[in-house]
Write a protein that binds this ligand. Sequence first.
Ligand code: GLP
Length: 244
Amino acid sequence: MKIYRCQDYQEMSLVLARLLAAHIRLRPTLRLGLATGSTPEGAYAELIRMHQEEGLDFSQLTSINLDEYIGLAAEHPQSYRSFMNAKLFDHVNIKKAQTFVPSGVAEDPKAEALAYEAMISAMDGIDVQLLGLGANGHLAFNEPADSFAGPCHVVDLVQETLEANARFFASKEEVPKQAITMGLGQIMKARQLILAVSGAGKAKALQAALEGPITPQLPASILQLHSDVSVVADAEAAAGLQDF
Ligand code: GLP
């Protein structure tokens, strides 16, 4: 595991963007797993700058997002599809048909989850997967549970997640209570993982994920079993980690 300790959010965003850009330049046809949330926003902005000013080319890239709220159509301003369009896809030369986010309004969400899983497997999996971390240790929307969920599935969001994500909605009541999420099995199959973590609110979860026992009660702890994980964390998030 490589740990990039950055001073602050800005440095973390630059390091993250440079790592992602290096992967894209090395393999233009990369299948890149992407994440939503506040954490990667700065890196996405830097990738847009790299595209506009340095010609970073997204034209052959395939992107696969981790999750989507059930009940939000792609056009809904808080859908993860809208987030990705607004924060990245609309500003670079990626082909929209090559960007994948689960549908939040499929008639049968369980079938949508299975279809999403099959689609990823059919493209021979994900090369590089970017991940954020929930304050409760969740990855994508894999919440603390009694067992690790392997495939893409429908999940009931826990109270802590509803509260954490309420900041994006007019009220807590508007936060969807369910989501479709890539499972930990598919995440662990990605050839390389990049975990981005920012802020003091994540320090406890990051320390437990990297240095504590491997347990489904802290889903991100499964990363200890992956052979190629890079962690990009700012000083506040990394504060609890051992120095080594
Ligand atoms: C959401 C997303 C996760 C994300 C997490 C952290 O719950 N489903 O994929 O990693 O929030 O978000 P943030 O970066 O805003 O703290």
